[in-house]
Ligand binder design. Structure first.
Ligand SMILES: [Cu+2]
Length: 209
C-alpha cells in the first residue's frame, strides 16, 4: 500500500513531459577549460514559436582597444548596440556573408546599432586597430548559451526527447568551426556532456597604427 502511494505521488509530481537542463563542459586536449564556445540545442520536435529572447544585453562594446565581449550570441532579428567607451575612434566592420557592414568612424561615448537578420557568424574587425577581433553568433533557437571561464554552458528547459546539440567556437578545428551530435534530453533533471575539443591558437594580429 505504501508502495502504491509512492507511485501515485511520483506520477502526480512528475508530469509526462518535463523539461531538462543540458549542461556542456568543454576542455581542450590539455584538460584546460574552453570558454566562449556557443552551445545551441535544436529539439527534433521544434523549439516552439514566438520571439526568442536572451537575458544578456545585445551589445558589443569597444573598450581598451578591444571588443567586449569576444563572442556575443543573439537571436536572428536582434538589434545590437556598438558603444565606444574608448578615447579613440573606431571603425567597426565585417566581411561576413551573413551581414557585411562598415560603420563610419565614431568616438567616445557614441554608439551605433545594427540589426542582424540572418543566422550565421559575423566576424568583426576594426579598420584602425587590426588586433580588435570579435564574433557575433546569430541563432534561431531559444536554447543557446556560451561557455564560461570554467568551460561550462547550461541550456535550461529543453523539452524531453531527441535533438541536435551543437558546439561552435571561432577557432575550433571542425567543419564550420562547429561540432554537432544527436542527444536525447531526459524527462527532467540534467543531461551532462563532457567534451574534448581542438582549438587553434588565434591568429596573431598587431595594430598598425
Ligand atoms: Cu578600433
Amino acid at each position: 500500500m505504501r508502495m502504491l502511494a509512492f507511485v501515485l505521488l511520483t506520477a502526480l509530481v512528475a508530469p509526462c513531459a518535463r523539461a531538462a537542463d543540458l549542461q556542456v563542459v568543454l576542455h581542450n586536449a590539455k584538460g584546460q577549460p574552453v570558454r566562449d564556445a556557443v552551445v545551441t540545442y535544436y529539439p527534433q520536435g521544434g523549439a516552439g514559436s514566438g520571439p526568442i529572447r536572451f537575458d544578456w544585453p545585445y551589445r558589443m562594446a569597444q573598450q581598451n582597444l578591444q571588443f567586449d565581449p569576444f563572442v556575443l550570441v543573439v537571436p536572428a532579428g536582434a538589434t545590437v548596440a556598438f558603444p565606444n567607451h574608448d578615447q579613440v575612434r573606431h571603425q567597426v566592420y565585417s566581411f561576413s556573408p551573413a551581414k557585411p557592414f562598415e560603420l563610419k568612424l565614431y568616438g567616445r561615448d557614441e554608439t551605433r546599432t545594427i540589426k542582424f537578420d540572418r543566422v550565421g557568424v559575423i566576424a568583426l574587425g576594426c579598420n584602425i586597430h587590426d588586433s580588435m577581433v570579435a564574433f557575433i553568433k546569430v541563432v534561431d533557437t531559444p536554447f543557446a548559451a556560451k561557455t564560461d571561464a570554467q568551460g561550462v554552458a547550461v541550456l535550461h528547459g529543453a523539452p524531453a526527447g531527441p535533438g541536435a546539440l551543437k558546439i561552435w567556437h571561432p577557432y575550433m578545428k571542425a567543419p564550420g568551426n562547429e561540432l554537432s551530435e544527436q542527444v536525447s534530453a531526459p524527462q527532467g533533471g540534467v543531461l551532462r556532456r563532457v567534451e574534448t575539443v581542438d582549438i587553434r591558437s588565434p591568429p596573431i594580429r598587431r595594430n598598425s597604427y
